[in-house]
Design a protein around this ligand. Structure first.
Ligand code: NIG
Ligand code: FE
Length: 430
């Protein structure tokens, strides 16, 4: 059988990790492995088969058949592959991409001074989206999800986490997870699916009632569908926040998810310090998102537990929140990852924009931001053994950039369709 793809003679191949690391902390992030004038081979199984000096690969594969050859002379390949430069595909570790209803009017309210919680308490925000999502047909949700994932893919995302959480009751949460499952089975982009039934307390219910509904009704039904093979769900999420789910209800929901084999990956310490980081570390969470209000103790606990911090620069930017403490986390040895937080509040499909904001507003370096948006985001999703860097036997997901150096992926603000010449997923140009 012929090999799938030969990316020939890229000016730079950015490997991210070279020694089988499953995540990078500060020192490793600052020394990304970049190899010059190299070629990369993806085999018929869609996995990376070989990476090496262009002359060696040329000699070794002379006469071998490929379904496609990309002549990347003068380009970069990163986990996104760039013309002239080849990079690993980007990983977006936090999105809410399944919803109906338009919230552009709330952007105007926020610009006029309303806070996120002002809008939420006035019945807008998540509640507005819940009402519209409950009423929407699965086919409508699938069509909009497909469009949104397509935009993410064109901006270089090859693995994306997708949450439910705009149902807050069994029927709609399952409807959302089924739509995500259909997308996972039919679209090229890799998906990690997250049950987020505790995204808000449904109108008319107390926290205790909502928690009981999740524990006694929603999770058991989910488990049944998962064991029947009808649904694959990877992670469990809770919005742990004052006025939403407190620490003790968060603990019981996350623990129940863990007992069903789900990875813990939840919203914590966003608007108020809640000791979410300490809770996540204690439960062995793979990741916690937001963390704008995390304490020093929380940072230390996450570093020790190897719980990744998924930082979301778009949210802090749009809501004018304090910036997540990326530098303090990196200095403390935390595994820092990035996500777009795509949702009706933060309408951003682009990980290159997210990396740019992380560098300018959170003071990360460009190699740190790239590692956070590839190998570390894959770690946060429990996928860094197969995704997130260009290494032999990992998935052939990469970008070819038409740029003189890979850093253009972060430096250029917007207009990435021109810059990202090819997006490759499992060896197929998509
Ligand atoms: O991550 N903080 C909670 N959830 C989302 C917002 C969802 C929404 O406003 O619809 C977030 O920013
Ligand atoms: Fe979120």
């Amino acid at each position: 059988m012929s090999n799938k793809l030969l990316v020939k003679n890229a000016k730079q191949v950015v490997l991210i990790c070279n020694n089988g690391e499953k995540f990078l902390t500060k020192d490793g992030m600052q020394k990304l492995c970049v190899i010059e004038n190299s070629s990369l081979v993806i085999g018929s199984d869609g996995l990376i088969k070989d990476i090496g000096p262009a002359s060696t690969i040329d000699f070794q594969y002379a006469g071998v058949l490929f379904d496609k050859v990309i002549d990347a002379t003068g380009m970069c390949v990163i986990p996104v592959v760039l013309f002239d430069y080849c990079v690993s595909g980007l990983v977006d570790a936090h999105t809410h991409p399944v919803w109906a209803g338009d919230r552009v009017h709330e952007f105007a309210m926020k610009l006029a001074g309303a806070t996120y919680m002002d809008v939420h308490r006035a019945g807008g925000g998540i509640h507005f989206t819940v009402e519209h999502t409950r009423a929407a047909l699965p086919s409508t949700l699938l069509a909009s999800l497909t469009g949104r994932l397509g935009r993410m893919q064109r901006a270089g995302t090859t693995l994306v986490e997708c949450k439910s959480g705009y149902g807050l009751e069994l029927q709609t949460e399952l409807k959302m997870l089924e739509v995500i499952e259909t997308a996972r089975r039919t679209l090229p982009i890799n998906i990690s699916s997250t049950y987020c039934g505790a995204h808000a307390v449904p109108k008319g219910k107390t926290v205790a009632e909502a928690t009981t509904d999740i524990l006694k009704v929603q999770l058991p039904q989910l488990r049944e569908r998962m064991s029947a093979g009808a649904l694959r769900v990877d992670n469990i999420d809770v919005f742990c926040e004052q006025g939403v789910f407190d620490l003790s209800s968060t603990r019981s929901i996350l623990q129940a998810g863990l007992d069903m084999g789900l990875n813990i990956n939840f919203h914590g310490d966003e608007l108020h310090p809640m000791n979410s980081a300490q809770l996540g570390a204690e439960l062995g969470a793979l990741a916690i998102s937001h963390l704008e209000e995390v304490t020093d103790d929380g940072i230390a606990a996450m570093a020790t537990a190897k719980t990744a911090a998924i930082l979301l620069p778009t949210t802090a930017y749009i809501l004018r929140l304090p910036q997540p403490r990326a530098r303090d986390m990196l200095e403390a040895g935390v595994i820092v990852a990035l996500g777009s937080d795509f949702n009706p509040n933060a309408y951003c499909c682009s990980m290159p924009v997210v990396m740019h904001l992380a560098c300018v507003n959170m003071r990360m370096s460009m190699p740190e931001a790239l590692a956070a948006a590839t190998i570390n985001a894959a770690y946060a999703l429990g996928r860094s053994h197969t995704h997130g860097s260009l290494e032999v036997n990992k998935h052939g997901d990469l970008l070819v950039l038409n740029a003189p150096r890979w850093e253009h992926l972060i430096y250029q603000l917007g207009g990435h369709q021109e810059l990202i010449r090819y997006v490759v997923i499992r060896g197929n140009v998509v």
